[in-house]
Design a protein around this ligand. Structure first.
Ligand code: PMV
Length: 329
C-alpha cells in the first residue's frame, strides 16, 4: 500500500466553559447555541487511518480491541463524507487509542473525532483549512470541532454546515489554567450525548437557557481575554448548572450527577469562598472538572483526593491543536 494512504494524528479533548447542549439539526450536528472551551493537554487520542483496497470493509480498533458495531457505523459514516470529498472508495483500517476513560464525562468523542478527521483527511490526500477540518469534525461529534484548535476556543453556532465551526479565541499560552478532574466513576454513561442533545428540546427550560446564551458567551469571552478568574468562575458554574437543569427536566429526564458530584461542587464553592481560586464545571457524566490557575493545581488535587468517593484525580494544563504525528509500527 502506498504510504501516502496512511496518516496518524493526535488530538486532545476539551472542557466546555459555555456548554453545547441541543441541536437545531441533529444530522448535521448544527448546535442550538454557541460554546466556548479550553483544550486539555496530557489527555490525548492518537489515531492512524490506512486506506487499503485489499480490505473487504472498514475496520476499527479502539484501544487495541475491535469496536462495537454501533461505534464502527458512526466512524464509517464519518469516513464516507471524507472519502466522497476525496473521490476515494477504499475501505479503511482505523486504529485509535486514548489515554483516558471514554464515556465518563471527559469528552472522549471530541478528541476521537478530531484525531480521526485530521488523520483520515491527510491519508486521503485532502489539504483542508482549519475551518474546513473543524466543520468536518463537527459532523462526527459536535464538540470535536473545538478540539481542532488548542488553547481557548469558540464554536460559532452558525446557521448551516458552512457557518458552524470553531475558531481560536486565545492561544494555549494566553492563560496558565489547569483542569483538575475528579473521577468519581469510571463507568460509561448510560445515555450518550447524541441522545441527550435530542432530548434537550423537550425541557421547558431549554428556551430560557438558549435565550440567555449570547449574554453568557459575552461574559465568558470577556473573562478569558482579560484573564479574569472570578468572572470566568461565575459564568462557567452558572452555565454548567443551566445545562444540568435542562437535562433533569427533559423527557425522559437525564440525571448525570451522583451524590459525590454534588458533594464536590459544594466543596469547590466553599474553597473559593475561603480564597482558593477554583471553580467547577460538569459535562455529561458524574465527574467534576475543577479549573484553577496552574500554580494551584497541586493544592486543588490534594484537597479533592481527600474527599470521599473520589477514585482518581487527573490534571490537564491547557493543550495544543490537533496535529499530524509520525505513524508508529
Ligand atoms: O459533542 P458531544 O455530542 O459529545 O456533546 C458534548 C456535550 C457536553 O460535553 C456536555 C458539552 C460540551 O459543550 O462539550
Amino acid at each position: 500500500m502506498p504510504s501516502s494512504r496512511t496518516a496518524s494524528a493526535l488530538a486532545h479533548p476539551n472542557i466546555a466553559l459555555i456548554k453545547y447542549w441541543g441541536n437545531r439539526d441533529d444530522d448535521l450536528r448544527l448546535p442550538a447555541n454557541g460554546s466556548i472551551s479550553m483544550t486539555l493537554d496530557a489527555l490525548e487520542t492518537r489515531t492512524t487511518v490506512s486506506y487499503d483496497p485489499a480490505l473487504k470493509a472498514d475496520e476499527l480498533l479502539l484501544n487495541g480491541e475491535t469496536a462495537p458495531a454501533g461505534v464502527l457505523r458512526r466512524v464509517q459514516g464519518h469516513l464516507d463524507w471524507i472519502r466522497s470529498r476525496a473521490g476515494l472508495t477504499s475501505p479503511a483500517r482505523v486504529d485509535s487509542r486514548s489515554n483516558f476513560p471514554s464515556g465518563a464525562g471527559i469528552a472522549s468523542s471530541a478528541s476521537a473525532f478530531a484525531a480521526l478527521t485530521v488523520a483520515a483527511c491527510a491519508a486521503a490526500g485532502l489539504d483542508l483549512t482549519l475551518e474546513e477540518l473543524s466543520r468536518l469534525a463537527r459532523r462526527g461529534s459536535g464538540s470535536a470541532c473545538r478540539s481542532i484548535h488548542g488553547g481557548f476556543v469558540e464554536w460559532h453556532a452558525g446557521e448551516d454546515d458552512a457557518t458552524s465551526f470553531a475558531e481560536l479565541l486565545a492561544p494555549s499560552d494566553h492563560w496558565e489554567l489547569a483542569d483538575v478532574i475528579a473521577l468519581v466513576s469510571h463507568q460509561p454513561k448510560l445515555v450518550g450525548s447524541t441522545e441527550g442533545h435530542i432530548r434537550a428540546a423537550s425541557s421547558p427550560l431549554q428556551a430560557g437557557r438558549l435565550a440567555d446564551t449570547p449574554r453568557r458567551l459575552r461574559l465568558c469571552r470577556k473573562a478569558v481575554l482579560a484573564r479574569d478568574f472570578a468572572g470566568l468562575a461565575n459564568v462557567a458554574e452558572l452555565d454548567s448548572n443551566m445545562m444540568h437543569s435542562v437535562m433533569i427536566t427533559s423527557a425522559p429526564p437525564l440525571a448525570y450527577w451522583s451524590p459525590e458530584t454534588l458533594r464536590l461542587m459544594h466543596a469547590v464553592v466553599d474553597w473559593r469562598s475561603e480564597g482558593l481560586q477554583v471553580f467547577y464545571t460538569v459535562d455529561a457524566g458524574p465527574n467534576v472538572h475543577c479549573l484553577c490557575p496552574a500554580g494551584d493545581q497541586a493544592e486543588v488535587s490534594a484537597r479533592l483526593m481527600d474527599l470521599p468517593g473520589v477514585h482518581q484525580v487527573v490534571t490537564a494544563p491547557v493543550g495544543g491543536a490537533a496535529r499530524l504525528v509520525p505513524t508508529v509500527g
